[in-house]
Design a protein around this ligand. Structure first.
Ligand SMILES: Cc1cc2nc3c(=O)[nH]c(=O)nc-3n(C[C@H](O)[C@H](O)[C@H](O)COP(=O)(O)O)c2cc1C
Length: 198
């Protein structure tokens, strides 16, 4: 698929089959996500890859899974059913190892921006390889920290849960509705682009 088509076809997905994805595909997707730009080439992002079913269930709770289903936005247990959940994290310490204290030396939290680039590369690659994925940023941070045993000093910042897998055919109706909405509500260039200044 061309990049233009991939960008237009990708949707956040709210229903996954439990079927495992081949390790080869998973590694390929993670490899692709390495090839993003980062501040000063610090590569200040990391991925926690969760396959363990019990940890996936715990993460789903931290990601408010029941609220999606009760609001009719998702097929039940869509997060925990996905065979893999990747948690992309910004690594502030790695940024600071090169540039010094972030509070003085970073105009913006570049480790989060870099982790965002890597997350999107990961998601696009999943779609390119016949899989689907979501980016779910609403998290109970303290729960995620405990579940994944993240350092208490806040140096590793989880961005989101990114469940990856095969799309559940039962998700098709919701998918079509969301795709129509995306076409209808997407802002045009006139709303987003300023030529030669604000
Ligand atoms: C920073 C960020 C945080 C997001 N957090 C959530 C979230 O917590 N739950 C959710 O359902 N979608 C979340 N999304 C997905 C957006 O809602 C989604 O991308 C948007 O509605 C457009 O839909 P599309 O991705 O299918 O094009 C998030 C996306 C971004 C970029």
């Amino acid at each position: 698929m061309t990049l233009s088509k991939l960008l237009r076809k990708r949707r956040n997905v709210y229903g996954f089959e439990s079927r495992a994805i081949p390790d080869k595909s998973l590694v390929r997707i993670l490899e692709d996500a390495r090839h993003v730009p980062s501040a000063g080439f610090t590569q200040d992002f990391e991925f926690i890859v969760v396959k363990d079913p019990m940890i996936r269930r715990e993460l789903a709770t931290a990601g408010h899974q029941p609220e999606y289903t009760s609001e009719g936005l998702a097929i039940s247990d869509f997060i925990s059913r996905a065979p893999v959940i990747v948690v992309p994290c910004g690594n502030k310490k790695r940024f600071e190892a090169k540039y010094g204290r972030a509070e003085q030396n970073a105009r913006l939290p570049w480790w989060l921006i870099d982790a965002g680039f890597a997350s999107f590369a990961l998601i696009l690659s999943a779609f390119e390889h016949g899989l689907v994925a979501s980016f779910l940023g609403a998290l109970d941070d303290e729960k995620v920290r405990q579940i994944l045993n993240l350092p208490i000093d806040g140096s590793i910042v989880p961005l989101a849960l990114v469940p990856i897998g095969y799309k559940d055919p039962g998700e098709e109706v919701l998918w079509t509705q969301r795709s129509r909405k995306a076409v209808r509500d997407r802002r045009g260039l006139a709303d987003l682009v300023h030529w030669n200044g604000w």
